[in-house]
Design a protein around this ligand. Structure first.
Ligand code: RM4
Ligand code: MN
Ligand code: MN
Length: 426
């Protein structure tokens, strides 16, 4: 965690300007009949889980360029997440990947997390790679494999992940499968899907009563011809076959270019099957870029559907998680930027004058309907988001506070022994 004084100093430097910006925004919103405080309260309640795999520098299949001070194990990852939570007040949980971040002693990790004020969101299983010591290979699939023994191994892995999650206090498992084929004829399209459905049914049977299971679709990669769970339709079929506590997880990067993701969100809401999100952004494929970096309007339109759905259903509660790979940015800074971006999109969605929008839609006033969305989208909500952070005890400007704290330099000195000293970059 950062020393409290370092946060205080940073906030003090920004406070006067913040007050003026907030007052101005309050007046602007008042003219639209919106109450600033009500929006800040909703924003302050926003929480998103940080993935354990995002704290180290990511990479591509061509290479990885690690930075200094990266966490060496899952305990150190939790320390970094606690800093992000301290600065934003919005990341109280971590989404763990098993076995990438499987703790030797889950009870000890849970204690460590609790001491840092953190908990655990969905755990993620991994049958998209062979793991050390594994008896059978997933080269030709896991839950969809033609060999029952491989399928049983994949089911057992998922059940194991649930067990680890139980020890940590998680309440959900996310299953993303790489299963698929590279060539026509390689895989029986229908039977492979039915095998996945049957395998997931076994996993679902091992789910504690208060848990949820999320199925995550993705159109391609690593399979380049046919992926078994390639789209939201397949994911929905699975969630419906499994039962009440199964839902679909929408990873924003898991759609082909130009797909209308907000429409998918709306459909899943209607089906009562929107389980959760993996936030990131994408230009071409599963690029795992920072949320909102490429298509900020789409992110707003997704949040607009979420706010609309929440208004219609008090129990609406999708799980929010980040799923990004930070190849070039400092991971902590990228995550601070992400949380800010998500809150901005959410804030703007909260500013949509919903009754006015409904009236425009009803009257087929196309221009004013669109204009009602744009009015909200084009509002500078910086002060709203900063105020929500401040009320949560966080920083008015998290990235500035983080940079001024010297945390990364201190960790670079402390976290030695990884054997890698990055060369200086220009
Ligand atoms: C996949 C998918 C999963 C994530 C892995 C690392 O593309 O997005 O959610 O756990 O990557
Ligand atoms: Mn994902
Ligand atoms: Mn992905």
């Amino acid at each position: 965690m950062l020393p409290a004084e370092s946060l205080d100093t940073s906030n003090a430097a920004h406070r006067a300007a913040h007050r003026r910006d907030l007052a101005h925004l309050g007046e602007q919103l008042g003219r639209r009949g919106l109450v600033l405080d009500a929006v800040v309260d909703r924003l302050a309640a926003f929480a998103v889980a940080v993935p354990s795999w995002a704290l180290g520098t990511g990479g591509t299949r061509f290479g990885r360029y690690p930075g200094g001070g990266e966490p060496r194990d899952v305990f150190e990852k939790m320390e970094d997440i606690a800093v992000i939570h301290q600065l934003t007040g919005a990341t109280p949980t971590v989404s763990l990947h098993i076995p990438w971040d499987e703790p030797d002693d889950p009870a000890a990790l849970r204690q460590h997390a609790e001491a840092l004020g953190l908990g655990f969101d969905a755990v993620n299983s991994n049958t998209f790679q062979d793991q050390a010591g594994q008896a059978l290979s997933y080269k030709y699939g896991s839950l969809s494999h033609t060999d029952a023994a491989v399928r049983a191994q994949a089911v057992a892995h998922n059940v194991h992940v649930i067990e680890v999650g139980k020890a940590l206090g998680s309440k959900a498992i996310t299953v993303w499968l790489a299963d698929g084929s590279n060539y026509p004829g390689q895989m029986h399209l229908r039977k492979s899907f039915e095998r996945v459905r049957d395998g997931l049914t076994e996993v679902y049977a091992a789910l504690p009563d208060d848990w949820r299971l999320f199925t995550e679709h993705k159109p391609y990669e690593p399979a380049f011809y046919a992926t078994v769970v390639q789209d939201w339709g397949s994911s929905l079929m699975l969630a419906q076959a499994l039962g009440e506590r199964a839902g679909c997880l929408v990873d924003l990067g898991h759609h082909l270019p130009n797909t209308n993701v907000e429409l998918i969100v709306a459909r899943l809401v209607t089906a009562g099957k929107l389980g959760g999100f993996h936030f990131n952004d994408s230009k071409y494929g599963d690029d795992d870029l920072t949320a909102g970096s490429i298509k900020p309007y789409q992110l707003f339109l997704v949040f607009n559907e979420l706010v609309d759905a929440a208004a219609a259903d008090d129990a609406f509660d999708p799980a929010y998680m980040i799923d990004q790979s930070h190849n070039l940015k400092d991971p902590i800074e990228a995550l601070l930027q992400t949380v800010d971006t998500l809150q901005r999109a959410y804030a703007k969605a909260l500013l949509v004058r919903r009754d006015a929008l409904t009236d425009c839609q009803q009257a087929n006033d196309v221009l004013m309907a669109e204009q009602t969305l744009k009015e909200a989208y084009e509002t500078d909500v910086s002060a709203l988001v900063a105020e929500a952070r401040q009320r949560a005890g966080g920083a008015l400007d998290p990235i500035a506070a983080f940079r001024a704290s010297g945390y990364r330099a201190a960790k670079t000195a402390e976290r030695v022994g990884g054997g890698y000293v990055p060369p200086q970059s220009l």
